[in-house]
Design a binder for this molecule. Structure first.
Ligand code: K7E
Ligand code: CUA
Length: 635
């Protein structure tokens, strides 16, 4: 049935008609209406696209080294990737979320989670640079992350895997009742966005899969789906699917915040990295944090409840009014919608249906607002258009289903190609969605594009949702594996996009403010080259007196003060990537020459008609040579 339905839709809907083409066509020189930030999944980064054109604008390096810009290779950015496990130059990034004020997108920052070595990153949306990464201790598979509360009070990070807390050597088969799941509340400084792990709730040893904040009337609460309430430690695909219902954990974080502000909670030794990029010096620094404040939910009565939710729920989504909490049971056909008002009434009446590890369980019927009899299979994620409709993806039946909040009736359904995960409506995770387009992010590409060997990039599909019926208007390839995405109107972000870094505000300790200050300084076998660039030369461009065994630091300041004029730097044989240095910025790169000779360096970014002339030489002499250090330009 689903196959034939898909075929009918494909031939009768407008995907192939000229009206669909007009809807996505952004003529040369014109600009898109929305920015879309798609997580890179196993690329570890975040990619930026335009909607509706699907044009790719940029890849923002976050958790992965990125030779294109030198992120994670330059001396300034290497500390961003430090963790308690050492330098970890990769992660699996799933869920971006844009900062909000009063429940509406404010476009200041975007946050994203590192799933594998638990971390949360903050990216500045005027520079599109990753400015901060905080490691999350006592977490594993940082998946129910990174979602923000409606005034960006907190970015919340929940653990997918429960683990021993604190970590210790113990038999795996003693998981049950010994492992714990942590839900971390990371505060965000309202002015600079700096993150601080405020407290960590230590929950029963379930898997905390996804989460979303309450908003409007439910602001102050946070909701997390759980699975594996069976607490199985092996063959999860069978053993974690035994219970008919798992839970959505409802957490009153305001109550817990009050408790910890009054001195509640237990400090626990921990070891986690906090990496912060300084705006003045454009340099990151790592601080190792040694303590975390943990909270036992049983110590804060009234703070945590369980809402029974069928069939290993995955997505956990809250509608723009904050009234409905949607649990997508990935092994079921129906969606479960809980009512916030009913939940509060049941809590006040103290109507419980037992407890789990001391946490009260509410009655399923008492909190149920309704069920969507969708006719689909494998619901995963839901977004909202702000007009009273919800859109849910179905992985198994490969479709997006539109349904009405309150009446639960299905209004429309459209196939996706194929096996859709998340979907995204700009602002769809806020009080004010911009319900014009929905982007579906699909796991299987197969025949959608020309084949590129065994691996195809995942596809995304754009639907026009401005009418009653969804219309598939475009397919575009993505990069890595976009799980979730966040979108925002261009007129919020574009006007404040930064054009240059001001040279007179450059506080980098190795910055060269004038070419006449360029120099080369030897300190034992460390050599620091203070270099400047401007179209179309490096100052200096001839350097002699370097020896095999030296550790040579190139500190390069780009003296351009024009928009979009970076210079690059690369030297032959360097065991690193190039640097791409923005106007007004200083970046540093280490080179340990291993061979005697005269080695060229050059600018990698085509910056002027004389870009090919933008080059220089470093003479490398034997380790025991007496050649004196000298440097010059034009001599
Ligand atoms: Cu459903 Cu990581 Cu949000 Cu993938 S997750 S799809
Ligand atoms: Cu500078 Cu090319």
């Amino acid at each position: 049935m689903l196959v034939s339905c898909g075929q009918q839709n494909q031939s009768s809907n407008g995907a192939l008609s000229s009206s669909a083409a007009e809807k996505v066509y952004v003529a040369p020189g014109e600009q898109d209406e929305y920015y879309a930030f798609l997580s890179g999944g196993y690329s570890g980064n975040l990619t930026v696209y335009g909607l509706p054109s699907g044009r790719m604008f940029k890849e923002i390096p976050v958790f992965s080294q990125f030779p294109t810009s030198g992120y994670g290779y330059s001396e300034e950015t290497k500390p961003m990737l430090n963790t308690s496990h050492g330098f970890v130059p990769w992660d699996d990034a799933h869920h971006p979320d844009i900062s909000q004020t009063n429940g509406e997108l404010d476009g200041r920052w975007i946050f994203i989670n590192g799933n594998n070595t638990p971390r949360i990153a903050r990216i500045n949306l005027s520079t599109f640079e990753t400015e901060e990464i905080i490691e999350v201790p006592n977490s594993a598979g940082n998946h129910s992350s990174s979602f923000i509360t409606e005034n960006t009070e907190y970015v919340v990070a929940g653990t997918r895997f429960s683990v021993p807390i604190p970590q210790r050597d113990m038999p795996i088969n003693e998981y049950k009742s010994n492992f714990k799941g942590s839900l971390s509340f990371i505060s965000v400084d309202p002015e600079h966005g700096h993150m601080d792990l405020k407290f960590q709730l230590l929950m029963p040893g379930f898997n905390y899969d996804l989460s979303h904040p309450g908003r409007g009337k439910s602001h102050g609460w946070f909701f997390f789906t759980t699975y594996n309430t069976e607490e199985a430690h092996t063959l999860q695909e069978v053993n974690a699917s035994q219970n008919d219902k798992d839970f959505i954990a409802a957490v009153n974080w305001k109550k817990i915040e009050e408790y910890v502000n009054n001195g509640g909670g237990t400090k626990m030794p921990a070891n986690y990295a906090h990496n912060l990029y300084d705006e003045g010096s454009h340099t990151a620094m790592t601080t190792m944090k040694k303590e975390v404040l943990t909270v036992d939910p049983l110590k804060v009565p009234g703070a945590v409840y369980f809402l029974p939710t069928p069939k290993s729920p995955h997505g956990c989504d809250v509608d723009p009014t904050g009234q409905y909490i949607i649990g997508n049971g990935k092994l079921s056909a129906d969606l479960t919608v809980h009512s916030f008002d009913k939940m509060i009434a049941a809590i006040e009446a103290e109507k419980f249906d037992g407890e789990a590890y001391g946490i009260p369980i509410l009655n399923f019927e008492d909190v149920l607002a309704g069920q969507v009899k969708s006719g689909g299979l494998g619901p995963l994620h839901t977004e909202f258009d702000g007009k009273g409709n919800a859109y849910t993806t179905f992985f198994i039946s490969s479709e997006v289903v539109k349904w009405k909040l309150g009446t639960w009736e299905v209004i429309d359904r459209k196939p996706t190609y194929y096996s859709v995960g998340h979907l995204m409506i700009p602002g769809g995770n806020s009080r004010k969605p911009f319900g014009k387009y929905v982007v579906a992010m699909n796991k299987i590409t197969k025949d959608r594009y020309l084949p590129t060997g065994p691996e195809m990039e995942h596809s995304a599909q754009i639907y026009d949702i401005s009418g009653d019926k969804m219309e598939l208007i475009y397919d575009f390839p993505t990069h890595g594996e976009p799980h979730y995405a966040a979108g925002i109107p261009a007129d919020i972000l574009a006007p404040k996009s930064q054009k240059i870094y001001r040279l007179d505000e450059n506080e980098h300790p190795y910055a060269v403010k004038s070419p006449t200050d360029s120099k080369v300084v030897r300190d034992g076998n460390e050599v620091h080259i203070y270099m400047s660039t401007i179209r179309s030369h490096f100052t200096p461009d001839n350097i002699e007196g370097i020896k095999v065994g030296d550790k040579v630091y190139f500190h390069i300041t780009n003296h351009e003060q024009d928009f979009d004029v970076p210079h690059g730097f690369a030297i032959l044989g360097q065991n690193s990537s190039e640097l791409l240095i923005m106007p007004g910025q200083t970046k540093s790169s280490v080179w340990e020459p291993k061979q005697v000779g005269v080695w060229p360096f050059y600018c990698t970014d085509f910056c002027s008609a004389l870009h090919q002339e933008m080059q220089g030489y470093v003479r490398v002499s034997p380790a025991n040579s007496e050649i004196e250090l000298k440097w010059s330009l034009g001599e």
